[in-house]
Ligand binder design. Structure first.
Ligand code: ME8
Length: 534
C-alpha cells in the first residue's frame, strides 16, 4: 500500500508589514513536518501564502500613499525572501489576489448560496477593524462602558450597518460541538472546551460574509436578489486558500482529490485564530459539501519575557535575519522548535536562546560528532570498525536499544504534533551516547591490544547512534545534517526511514572525515550584549 499523502498548511499571513519571528515559528514548524513526512516517503504538499484583502490593508496602503497592490507586493517579496533564507521547503505559495484563488472563492460562495446556506439580510453590529471581525455585544469584553475585542484586546468603536449576505451557522452548531469535543481535530484538545463555552453555548449567530463598505476584496457574484456591490468577508476569502491551491473550484491545480479527500490534512496556526479554523471553517466546508480536514494544531505564542505577545503592532519583534546571520539558520530553527511547549506559550529571552544553542547543538550534539569522528580517525585510521557481537557490553546494548526505539517515539509524538518533545527525545539518545563515551572510556581501551574489538564496537555504536539521531534532527537542521552524513560517509539505506530503527546499517570500510566544529560555542555574555545593541 502506498503511503497516505500529507498536506500541511501555515496560516496565510497579512502582508501589512515585514514577517517576524512569530510568523517564522509557524512556518518552520510546518517545514519540519513537511520534511519529516517526505523522509517517510509520503507524497507531501506544504503550503503557505499571504492574505491580501480587507479594509486594514487598503487603509495601510492609503496611509503610505501607494497603490494597494504595490504596497502589498513589497511585503510579499519580503516574506518569500525570509522563507528562502530560513530554508523553508514550501511547495505552494498562495496569494489571495491570485486569479485562481478569486475564482474558487466566488465558486464556493455560489455553492453555499445555491444550497440555501447563504442568504441576504442587513448587518448591524460592532466591527473590530484590525481583526476584520464582527462581534455581537455578548461576545465583546465590556469594561467601563467600553467594548474590547476578545481576540486582540483593542477597543471596538465601529458600528456597522449594511446590506449583507449571511452564512447560516445554526444548522452546524451541534456538529461543530461534537467535532470540537470528540473528533480530535483541535490540538491541543484542552482548547476545545473554551471554544464551546464561549461561542457555541452562548448561541451561534449567523455569520456576516459580505461587505458593501469594504472595496478591497473579492467581488461577491451577482445573485437575483443582489442590489449592491459586495465583497467577500476576508475570513471566508482567507480560509478558502487551503483548497483553492489544490484546485477546488478552479482548473489551475488538480490535487484536490489526492491532497484533500484522500490525504491527512493538518492546519497549523497560532491559538488566536482557532475560532476561524474550527467553527467558521466547519460551516463553510460542510455547507459546500466538502470533507472537513483531520487536524488543526493551534500552537502558543512566542512571548517576551514580560509576558507580552511578540507582534508587529507591539513593536517587540525579533528580526530572524539578524539571529540567523549571527548564529546560523539551523540553530535558530532548532531553538524555536525545541523550546515552544506543545500546549502553552514560549517566553523568549536571548539568554535562554543562547544557552539552548550552546547546551544542545554545540556541547551535546556537535561535540559528540567531532569526538566520535576524531576517535575513529585516531584509533582506526578513519575507517568505521565492524561490529563484533561477542565484544558487546551492557552499555552498548543499552545505547542500541535507546537509539532503535527513537523512530517509534518520534512518530508517536509527531502525530500530535509535539515537535519540541520529539527533539527532546532525539537529545535523550545524544545524551545517552555522550554518557556511553564516559562509561566506556575509549582512550583507556585503546591502550590495551586485547580490548580492540570492544573499542571498535564503541565507535561503531557511536557512529550508528549519531546516524539515527541525525535522521530525526535533519528536518530541524537541514543545512547541517548533510554535513554530518558527509563526515560519516553515509548514503543510501543508511539515510532511509526504513533503516532509521536498524543498527549496523553503515557498510564496512566506510571512511570518516574530521571537520571544524558544526556549532561553535557561544560566549553568552558577549552575545547578550551584542543583541542588546542591535
Ligand atoms: O492572522 N508567536 O495573519 P497574521 C507565535 N491572515 N506565532 C505567531 C506569533 C507569535 N508571537 N505572531 C504571529 C492572520 N504568529 C490571518 C490568517 S489564515 C486563513 C489567515 C503566527 O499575519 C501564528 O501562526 O496576523 C499566527 O496565527 C499567525 O502568525 C498570524 O499571522
Amino acid at each position: 500500500m502506498s503511503a497516505k499523502p500529507f498536506y500541511v498548511t501555515t496560516p496565510i499571513y497579512y502582508p501589512s508589514g515585514n514577517p517576524h519571528i512569530g510568523h517564522c515559528y509557524s512556518t518552520v514548524l510546518c517545514d519540519y513536518l513537511a520534511r519529516y513526512n517526505r523522509f517517510k516517503g509520503r507524497p507531501v504538499i506544504f503550503a503557505t501564502g499571504t492574505d491580501e484583502h480587507g479594509a486594514k490593508l487598503a487603509a495601510a496602503a492609503e496611509k503610505a500613499g501607494v497603490d494597494t497592490l504595490e504596497y502589498i507586493d513589497g511585503f510579499v517579496g519580503n516574506f518569500k525572501k525570509l522563507w528562502t533564507y530560513m530554508n523553508i521547503s514550501y511547495d505552494r505559495f498562495v496569494r489571495t489576489t491570485d486569479d485562481y484563488h478569486i475564482k474558487t472563492v466566488q465558486y464556493i460562495f455560489t455553492v453555499l448560496h445555491d444550497k440555501g446556506y447563504i442568504y441576504k439580510g442587513e448587518y448591524q453590529g460592532k466591527y473590530c477593524v484590525p481583526c476584520e471581525s464582527f462581534w455581537t455585544d455578548a461576545q465583546l469584553t465590556k469594561k467601563d462602558d467600553k467594548y474590547y475585542c476578545p481576540d486582540c484586546g483593542r477597543e471596538v468603536t465601529e458600528n456597522r450597518s449594511e446590506e449583507a449576505y449571511f452564512l447560516k451557522m445554526s444548522p452546524f452548531a451541534a456538529d461543530i460541538e461534537k467535532m470540537l469535543l470528540e473528533s480530535g481535530y483541535l490540538r491541543p484538545e484542552n482548547r476545545a472546551k473554551e471554544l464551546v463555552n464561549n461561542f457555541i453555548k452562548t448561541g451561534l449567530d449567523d455569520l456576516c460574509v459580505s461587505r458593501t463598505s469594504v472595496k478591497w476584496g473579492i467581488p461577491v457574484p451577482k445573485f437575483e436578489d443582489t442590489s449592491a456591490e459586495h465583497t467577500v468577508y476576508v475570513w471566508l476569502d482567507a480560509l478558502t486558500n487551503y483548497i483553492s491551491l489544490l484546485g477546488y473550484g478552479n482548473d489551475t491545480f488538480g490535487d484536490f482529490d489526492t491532497f484533500w479527500n484522500n490525504a491527512e490534512v493538518l492546519h497549523v496556526t497560532g491559538k488566536e485564530i482557532m475560532r476561524f479554523h474550527t467553527i467558521i471553517w466547519y460551516a463553510i466546508l460542510k455547507g459546500a459539501g466538502v470533507r472537513f480536514p483531520d487536524k488543526l494544531y493551534s500552537h502558543g505564542w512566542i512571548i517576551s519575557s514580560d509576558g507580552d505577545k511578540m507582534s508587529k503592532s507591539k513593536g517587540n519583534v525579533l528580526d530572524p535575519f539578524i539571529l540567523g546571520g549571527r548564529y546560523g539558520v539551523d540553530a535558530v530553527r532548532y531553538q524555536m522548535l525545541r523550546d515552544m511547549p506543545y500546549a502553552s506559550d514560549m517566553p523568549y529571552s536571548n539568554e535562554n536562546m543562547l544557552n539552548r544553542i550552546n547546551a544542545d547543538l554545540a556541547n551535546s550534539y556537535g561535540n559528540l560528532v567531532s569526538r566520535t569522528a576524531s576517535m575513529i580517525e585516531k584509533y582506526f585510521g578513519g575507517v568505521i570498525p565492524n561490529y563484533i557481537a561477542s565484544a558487546e557490553t551492557e552499555y552498548g546494548r543499552d545505547l542500541r536499544a535507546k537509539a532503535v526505539a527513537l523512530k517509534a517515539t518520534v512518530d508517536g509524538l509527531l502525530d500530535y504534533p509535539k515537535v519540541g518533545d520529539a527533539l527532546s527525545a532525539v537529545f535523550d539518545v545524544i545524551s545517552r551516547a555522550n554518557k556511553y563515551i564516559d562509561e566506556t572510556a575509549p582512550w583507556v581501551l585503546a591502550k590495551d591490544e586485547t580490548k580492540l574489538p570492544e573499542l571498535g564496537n564503541v565507535l561503531r555504536n557511536l557512529a550508528e547512534a549519531i546516524r539515527i539521531a541525525t535522521l530525526f534532527l535533519a528536518p530541524a537542521i537541514p543545512d547541517t545534517a548533510p554535513k554530518v552524513y558527509d563526515i560519516f560517509g553515509l548514503t543510501g539505506n543508511a539515510l532511509s526511514y526504513e533503516y532509521a530503527d536498524v543498527f549496523d546499517t553503515i557498510p564496512g570500510n566506510t571512511k570518516v572525515k574530521t571537520t571544524a566544529p558544526l556549532f561553535p560555542r557561544l560566549d553568552v555574555a558577549k552575545e547578550i550584549a551584542y543583541l542588546q545593541e542591535t
